[in-house]
Write a new protein. Structure first.
Length: 292
């Protein structure tokens, strides 16, 4: 006599490493999709939620939809929460994803991105672009940090990012921050406040992910020298010093310095080759912080 044992199927949660990408235009990305090699045009087991970018005060910021990563998540990307409209530009997300997937071959990768051109942390440098100061309530109580929080909230509402029928095990693994140019272009006083503003904002971002020691990688700002007077960012060196100070005083932070060698496609933005290198460098630094 044979005894048939019926063993219930147990589905293990799929581990998905989540990385947050945030900042201003050089995080958004001004690379041209036409310059991409074939191996960066399709991805497997890499997903992205890209929050809709809008000025302070608007209510539809942060809307997005999870999709498999592909080119088109640079400047000009839009989303209404139901449909994503890709652009003809890319940012650092492509080579970052390729490199980090190679470093974590057994994990699926998810990117949560929110960035907006021209944005500062200090509200006095916001202009018409917007600011990331969590305490700023100048326009209807909504600013870039609020749009970021909405992006994060909507992204993490999804319990099955890869649509495989299994609940995801979300592993917050890193914050990538590329910003500071706008804070270095107004006044010495604003620039000299950058370290404190950056320190506070990164702590808030870490808290939003409920992981106080999550690695943070900063992209060091650079200057194209294409202004009629030479320098574009009058107080850029003060921002650079603040960024270096941040990573020296934070054991779970690192900085990407290769930006000083990049060529530019215009006065403010790197060329396609710059973004390709930038993504790889961010991946190397965040991996080092995760594994050290």
């Amino acid at each position: 006599m044979f005894l048939l044992l019926i063993i219930p199927t147990v589905f293990q949660a799929q581990k998905i490493r989540v990385f947050v990408l945030a900042g201003q235009s050089n995080m958004n990305g001004f690379g041209y999709n036409k310059d991409l090699p074939k191996d960066l045009k399709t991805f497997k087991d890499v997903y992205i939620f890209h929050g809709n970018s809008v000025p302070d005060g608007e209510i539809n910021g942060g809307l997005g939809k999870w999709e498999v990563l592909k080119p088109g998540h640079g400047t000009g990307f839009k989303s209404d929460g139901k449909y994503n409209t890709l652009s003809y530009r890319f940012g650092l997300e492509l080579t970052f994803a390729r490199q980090i997937k190679e470093l974590f071959p057994n994990d699926k990768i998810a990117l949560i991105k929110y960035a907006r051109e021209g944005t500062s942390i200090d509200s006095l440098a916001a202009g018409n672009f917007g600011c990331w100061d969590a305490d700023f309530n100048g326009k209807k109580g909504i600013n870039q940090y609020d749009h970021f929080l909405k992006t994060l909230s909507l992204a993490l509402e999804e319990s099955d990012i890869d649509k495989d029928g299994k609940k995801d095990e979300i592993v917050p693994s890193g914050i990538l921050w590329m910003q500071g140019e706008s804070d270095g272009g107004f006044s010495r006083e604003i620039a000299e406040k950058y370290y404190g503003h950056l320190h506070n904002l990164m702590n808030l971002m870490r808290a939003s992910l409920r992981k106080d020691d999550i690695p943070v990688v900063i992209g060091k700002i650079s200057d194209s020298g294409k202004n009629e007077n030479g320098k574009v960012w009058a107080f850029g060196e003060i921002i650079q010093e603040a960024q270096e100070k941040f990573v020296k005083t934070d054991k779970k932070a690192a900085i990407v310095r290769s930006t000083k060698k990049y060529l530019y496609s215009d006065t403010w933005h790197y060329n396609s080759a710059g973004y390709l290198d930038l993504g790889e460098k961010f991946a190397e630094e965040v991996f080092r912080l995760i594994t050290k």
